[in-house]
Design a protein around this ligand. Structure first.
Ligand code: GRF
Length: 203
């Protein structure tokens, strides 16, 4: 199966996926990396790995719909089996999300449904939570709200900082995303009408 990764920033999750896809038994191929920011380091990571890149700069469009339309055109041209949002910092319109329902994944640095949105690590610390983590989910119309496929947890220590916590969560991200992408490429994960099926069983 072919994979298209969308990123906006440093692309450390992209790098983890690139590294995993180099393993001979990895069932998917990353065919392109798209960014909404021209200078995203994720583009450099893709170029280093000889992966095609494209930029759809959201600053060039007057509306969210026009940006999404341009991005969709690029994606339809490449026709990937799976779209992976990896640090992609755009809110996608319902039409876009529906077009790729069941074949678009996102990674979010919290134990969903808790802490959707931004600045999750600081919010966890402010709340005094003792656990935190990462969630990988199918993308649906609800922001950071799609059916969760997998989560991984870290313990929060009392003198933790947002930076330290983010570092530990990112390490988990880099472990978990390649596993979940592998499962999707092996046909083990599906988005059914009312949730995720893993090997045909409801999660
Ligand atoms: C990561 O923390 C990820 O959870 C969030 O964006 C951040 C940056 O990811 N979605 P990356 O280093 O650009 O992959």
């Amino acid at each position: 199966p072919t994979i298209l990764v969308l990123a906006s920033g440093s692309g450390t999750n992209l790098q983890a996926l690139i590294d995993a896809s180099r393993q001979r038994d990895f069932p998917g191929e990353i065919i392109a990396v798209g960014c909404n920011k021209p200078g995203a380091f994720a583009l450099e990571r893709a170029a280093q790995a000889n992966i095609k890149t494209f930029v759809v700069n959201h600053k060039n469009f007057g509306s969210r719909e026009e940006f999404d339309g341009a991005l969709m055109a690029e994606i339809l041209r490449l026709n990937p089996d799976l779209i992976v949002l990896a640090g992609f910092m755009r809110i996608l319109t319902g039409d876009f999300v529906r077009a790729f329902r069941g074949r678009m994944l996102n990674i979010h640095p919290s134990l969903l449904p808790a802490y959707t949105g931004l600045n999750t690590h600081q919010r966890v610390l402010d709340a005094g939570d003792t656990t935190h983590g990462v969630s990988i989910h199918f993308v649906t119309e609800e922001l950071d709200g799609g059916p969760v496929i997998a989560q991984a947890e870290v313990a929060v220590t009392k003198d933790d900082t947002a930076e330290a916590l983010a570092g530990r969560v990112q390490q988990l991200e880099h472990l978990l995303y390649p596993i979940v992408v592998r499962w999707f490429c092996e046909g083990r994960i599906q988005l059914a009408a009312d949730g995720v099926l893993f090997d045909g069983e409801a999660l």
